[in-house]
Ligand binder design. Sequence first.
Ligand code: PLP
Length: 398
Amino acid sequence: MASQITVPLLDLKAQYATIKNEVDDAVAAVLESQWFIMGPEVKSLEEEIAQYCHAKFAIGCASGSDALLLAFMAIDIKPGDEIICPAYTFFATGGSIARLGAVPVYADIDPVTYNMDLNCVRQAAAKCKRLKAIMPVHLFGQTVDMTAYLKLAYELGVPLIEDAAQAIGACDETGKPAGSRGNIGCFSFFPSKNLGACGDAGIITTNDEELAEKLAKLRQHGSKPKYYHKMVGINSRLDAMQAAILRVKLRHLPDWHKARAENAARYDKMFTDAGAKTSATPLTDDGFPLKTPQPASGSATHIYNQYVIRVPSEIRDDLRAQLTEKKIGSEIYYPVSLHLQECFAYLGYSQGDLPNSEAAANETLALPIYPELTIEQQEYVASTVTTFINEKACVAKA
Ligand SMILES: Cc1ncc(COP(=O)(O)O)c(C=O)c1O
């Protein structure tokens, strides 16, 4: 009976069940070697990720947040320097800038893709006095238009750092993977990412040999050779155990991406059949008040780290409560835009400054999209969502 189905937001146990032997063997081999920090597993993972991301170098580190921090350290970001990034993103995007005493300059997003709007970046840059970098986020697994961003970075004379934490393997409009074209690409292997470790881990990509060498030193307290320090770095190494597990999972990533894309297409159809349109149509139109994610077009690909729908703010939280009651996992990514976070009050932003980010924070909801999701589970999620919205729409009309 449909009401007995439960659907978590993410089911890592289901994933582990499909690769248990491979993962267990990889972990056993690391235990056998007793080589826990850096070493051959980390080196092999770095080579494999560099190849997968079409980058010349990949440097493992302790987390996606550290990847961002190390990237800024590598380009010599100093207190008071400005970096433009989106306001609608995970906290680490802005937090890593602020941790170095630098200034996150928040730009608004494009309401269709939820990625940072290039024109807003241009406007923000015009007001900056110490702009040192621009950092788009490839949010939810879909890249920004890298050609346009690289052109703007060139015009502004600053490096382009890609916060690709959610987008490993997503291709841009030229078909090139995230992290292959910017000066530095930063990835997270947080367990909920498409390529997730069994704990924290991250990696940085670059095509610049000098930057790669600097990053490799910075993650080990800036030392080379050991115990000789020409710069101050941090301890941000990638554990061998995580690297070994990630190498197993990397082999499955293309299949998992494919399954996520199929699930997304299935949701798209289920919601479209109920009257929904994509986020390219504003919520203010007269149709069914649900917007599906705008699929990637041309050579671009969406890896659906998240499948995010949009509904009117008045019903979003009630919809989520209904899903919870029906034992369906969901999440609000992200309820408060970074420019309105309490810790950034000193930056002086007010409500209304970045309207598209604020609207997205009030109207979006992520649904389960993980590869092991069954068609039955998807039908249950989609029918629960559409039934709820239909009921609300009837009440509103009555
Ligand atoms: C956009 C974005 N940036 C940075 C990070 C930070 O990565 P981590 O959690 O591995 O530190 C994340 C991870 O959640 C993220 O989604």
